[in-house]
Design a protein around this ligand. Structure first.
Ligand SMILES: Cc1cc2nc3c(=O)[nH]c(=O)nc-3n(C[C@H](O)[C@H](O)[C@H](O)COP(=O)(O)OP(=O)(O)OC[C@H]3O[C@@H](n4cnc5c(N)ncnc54)[C@H](O)[C@@H]3O)c2cc1C
Length: 478
């Protein structure tokens, strides 16, 4: 049995793994990487995505640093009209396939092993196991293993629902919706979408866009959510007042808010945050990004069940934590209850012999992974590497948000003190705003005035966020 030898072993060929590999290969021109993944194609969860998924933030910020995704155009049609394009799921999958074939493999320093798993035996020896043949090949890692599976992304087509499903219940993942036309005799008279996140929103927008009557839709959304307004994350200079100006608004609110709830309300007042129903104060924030046009479509759904989760689906009814609801015969349930990313406590990114990519800037998984690769290549010693890459704890409830903002700002501050890293960030297409800031000329006094306020606003934000994060910790513990 031949041993596989490699400088780096990358487990997981998803968005983060590939963004890491791309930057590492650029920064370390001699390094070799073996990439192993259970999926048959690169792109991780995008292999399992529902057909109508798109990115929820512009393509400009997504993918690997060396290869742009999309054409950088502004959409003129549809719900994203007026904003920079959002790659569709098939575009993202095609893009990652291209990254592998055109960028990574041609370096001659990458070995890609799809449909394979990395396993350790009881003696600590790593093996790569082919999922098709079962063949096990020992692997010798000269430098480090990269565990790019940490976020544990789950999507509806691959997860197992946590509620009971009775006989005769029609429960499908969103992937099945575009195929409903195939069986006209079985077209559902009623749809019930389960889940409060972006996938549920996408499914509702798909159903309504495809002609479903809003009165035929029930939405079980246990918790209302806040959303980032997409206008604030646009890459072009014409959006400067929203994007960089929005960062200033964000920090001013962070510097003055009196509680996590107050922070969201302040951010709503300046157009940074959106919610579907202004009569409901959201409890959840997962960094989903939407816009006012999408919110207007979702507002057409009137039958929303809040504050309750489904515990069982029966042929004629839903059993919820707060009681039962009779449902029309033949209701089609759309399962959008997968958690997307797992919210686990962060671990150090750099550990002996191991790198665990996590978000060091939220919500930018690809930028985060690329930056971690840059640090691996250019910074000596685990302590110094970890000092530049504190993992941001991903929020679930709104009280978690101040801490995430604090770690985001802390990292930003650390990076700004490292001149080589700052220079890399300025040139990295995944950053988005750094090149925008760099393009402002001294003659542009209005924009210069915005830039000059960023640093003092960041200092005030850091100070107040510590208070808000401590408040949240106390409310969680008490
Ligand atoms: C619907 C959706 C839309 C999104 N839109 C955006 C967006 O617009 N912008 C944005 O920035 N982010 C977006 N995200 C988030 C982002 O794309 C990724 O979800 C996140 O970064 C996770 O990617 P990943 O590479 O960490 O994980 P994954 O894509 O899950 O990749 C991990 C890979 O590891 C493999 N694996 C796991 N364990 C093993 C093992 N033991 N051996 C071998 N292989 C293993 C899996 O097969 C998988 O391919 C979106 C996420 C979802 C779900």
């Amino acid at each position: 049995m031949t041993m596989i030898e490699s400088d780096y072993l990358l487990v997981g060929a998803g968005a983060m793994g590939l963004a890491f590999a791309d930057t590492l290969l650029t920064e370390l021109p001699d390094a070799t990487i073996t990439i192993v993944d259970r999926h048959g194609k690169p792109g991780g969860h995008w292999n399992d995505a529902y057909p109508f998924v798109t990115l929820h933030q512009p393509s400009a910020f997504y993918g690997v640093a060396s290869l742009p995704l999309g054409s950088g155009e502004i959409d003129t049609l549809g719900l994203n009209a007026g904003f920079y394009e959002l790659a569709s799921g098939p575009e993202v999958s095609g893009y990652f396939d291209r990254v592998m074939r055109r960028r990574l493999l041609p370096t001659g320093r990458v070995r890609y092993l799809p449909m394979s798993e990395h396993r350790m035996d009881s003696e600590g020896q790593g093996h790569i196991v082919s999922l098709l043949s079962g063949a096990e090949t020992p692997v010798k890692v000269r430098r480090k293993t990269i565990d790019s599976t940490w976020l544990g992304t789950t999507v509806p087509s691959t997860h197992t629902p946590k509620f009971r499903i009775g006989d005769g219940v029609r429960l499908v993942p969103p992937n099945a919706l575009p195929d409903l036309w195939r069986n006209p005799a079985a077209l559902p008279k009623h749809f019930t979408v389960l889940g409060a996140g972006k996938t549920a929103m996408d499914s509702l927008i798909f159903l309504l866009g495809a002609g479903a009557d809003p009165a035929s839709i029930t939405w079980v959304a246990p918790r209302a959510s806040w959303f980032f307004n997409r206008v604030k994350v646009q890459p072009g200079i014409e959006f400067f007042e929203h994007s960089v100006g929005g960062q200033l608004q964000l920090m001013l609110a962070q510097g003055t808010a009196t509680s996590a709830a107050d922070l969201f309300l302040r951010l709503e007042a300046c157009g940074f945050m959106l919610r579907i129903d202004r009569a409901v104060l959201p409890e959840m924030f997962h960094y989903a990004i939407t816009n006012e046009a999408e919110i207007a479509v979702l507002a057409r759904v009137a039958d929303i069940i809040r504050g309750q989760r489904v515990t069982a689906l029966e042929a004629d009814r839903m059993v919820l934590t707060g009681g039962e609801r009779a449902m029309p015969p033949g209701t089609l349930y759309v399962d959008c209850t997968a958690s997307a990313v797992e919210r686990r406590p962060p671990v150090p990114v750099f550990q002996p012999g191991l790198i665990v990519p996590q978000m060091v800037r939220v919500p930018q998984p690809c930028f985060s992974a690329a930056l971690i690769a840059w640090v691996e290549a250019n910074v000596e010693g685990e302590a110094a590497q970890n000092a530049l890459t504190s993992a941001v704890p991903l929020p679930d409830g709104i009280v978690d948000y101040p801490r995430a903002c604090l770690v985001n700002l802390f990292n930003q501050g650390m990076w700004s003190q490292h001149s080589a890293l700052s220079a890399w960030i300025r040139d990295c297409r995944l950053d988005g705003f750094a090149s925008l800031i760099g393009s402002v000329t001294p003659e542009d006094s209005a924009r210069m005035a915005v830039l000059q306020q960023l640093r003092p606003a960041a200092m005030a934000a850091m100070a107040n966020l510590q208070v808000l994060a401590a408040q949240a910790g106390a409310s969680r513990n008490g």
